[in-house]
Structures are given as C-alpha cells and as structure tokens.
Design a protein around this ligand. Structure first.
Ligand code: HEC
Length: 181
C-alpha cells in the first residue's frame, strides 16, 4: 500500500478526526490565553500604522533627498522645516536611544507628544509635526504606535535644533519661498 493511501486511511478513522479536533482546539486555547500574542499583534499594528501614516518621511535620515537610510529608519531627519515666525524644527529621533531618542519616555509620554503635541518637559511641538491631525487617532492605535517605537533598535542620532526664528540652523532647511515674478 502506498504511503499516501495509508495516511488517507488513518485520517478517515473517526477516532483520529476526534483527536485532531481536540488538538486544534488546544492550539486555539493556547493562542488566546497568552498576552505575549496580544502584544505582538499590537506591535504589528503599530508598525503598519507608522508605515501608512508615513512617520518615517519626516523622521528618517535621507528621506527628503530621495534616499531614505532604512538601516537607520525613524532615527531623525537632517532636514528641518521652517515655520514662519516660530523657527526651524527637525523630525526627531523616535528610536529608544536614551540620550538622543525616546529611550527615557514612557508609552504615555510618547502618545501625549504625537497626539497632543506635549513633550515631557512641557514644550508644545510646532505645527511642523502634524500632531493636531493625529489627535483624532483612537487610544488603541496611538498605544500600538508607541509600543512599536519601543521595539526599535536604539540608534544614537542627535537631531539639530529646534532653532528659534532668529537663530541660524546648522543643517538643511525646507522653507516657504515667495513666488518670483
Ligand atoms: C510632516 C512631517 C512629520 C510627520 C509625518 C511626523 N512627524 Fe513627528 N515630528 C516632526 C517634527 C518636525 C518634529 C519636531 C517638532 C518640534 O520640535 O517642535 C516631530 C516631533 C515628534 C515627536 C516629539 C519627539 C521629541 O523628541 O520631541 C514625536 C514623539 C513624534 N514626532 C512622533 C511622530 C509619529 C509617531 C509620527 C507618525 C504617526 C510622526 N511623528 C509623523 C515631523 C513629522
């Protein structure tokens, strides 16, 4: 008898089917019991949201030169936005580096920054960072993003600034230029 015929016979036995049903139900239980799985789902959701929202556009080096350095994704931009009368602001390092990134920020502090524009030292983020739009995000989605950022590899990269309206920026600047006639 050929091997596949034997295995078909075995599968046709109702005892084996009952056994398989039991086994799958146990796998199902194992899948729903463990918070580890829930966290992983949350982190994957955060990764997905960061990708489609495009946080990396303003927070990844090289992006505005058309060559994002994905080996240092989300570790901060060398190109700042000039906001008239306010100054020049650089997309900061969102990796968990303790000195130059978000390593010392709690999930709640990260969420407060990108959904309410408030940093732990009580500075209001400039409109260069679209936090007013992000304030419409559900708490679950905002938490997923912060949890995902916490899983990134810490990368040391101190972004320049922020620079006040009279200060001289030390790196590249995107600015609004009046039309020429
Ligand atoms: C259009 C560009 C842009 C996009 C898109 C953007 N950011 Fe930002 N972000 C900035 C800039 C510029 C700053 C610095 C603002 C300032 O210093 O006032 C900033 C600051 C922050 C800060 C404060 C960090 C610190 O060290 O002060 C956090 C947190 C942050 N962004 C998270 C995010 C997340 C998460 C996303 C995506 C959901 C995102 N940003 C999308 C431009 C952007």
């Amino acid at each position: 008898m050929l091997a596949h015929q034997i295995s078909r016979r075995i599968l046709q036995s109702s005892w084996t089917r009952a056994g398989a049903a039991w086994l799958f139900s146990m796998i199902g239980l194992a899948g729903s019991c463990c918070p580890v799985h829930a966290d992983e789902r949350q982190v994957q959701r955060g990764k997905y949201l960061v990708g489609i929202v495009g946080c990396g556009d303003c927070h990844t080096p090289g992006h505005f030169f058309g060559k994002p350095d994905l080996s240092r994704a989300l570790s901060g931009s060398e190109v700042g936005f000039e906001v008239p009368q306010l100054g020049v602001f650089y997309g900061s390092n969102l990796t968990p580096d303790k000195e130059t990134g978000l390593g010392n920020w709690s999930v709640a502090e990260i969420v407060a920054a990108f959904t309410r524009g408030i940093t732990p030292d009580n500075r209001e983020l400039s409109p260069a960072m679209p936090w007013r739009g992000f304030s419409a995000m559900t708490a679950a989605d905002a938490n997923s993003i912060a949890e995902y950022l916490k899983t990134l590899k810490p990368i040391k990269n101190a972004v320049p600034g922020p620079f006040g309206p009279t200060e001289k920026p030390t790196s590249f600047v995107m600015k609004i230029v009046p039309p020429s006639n």
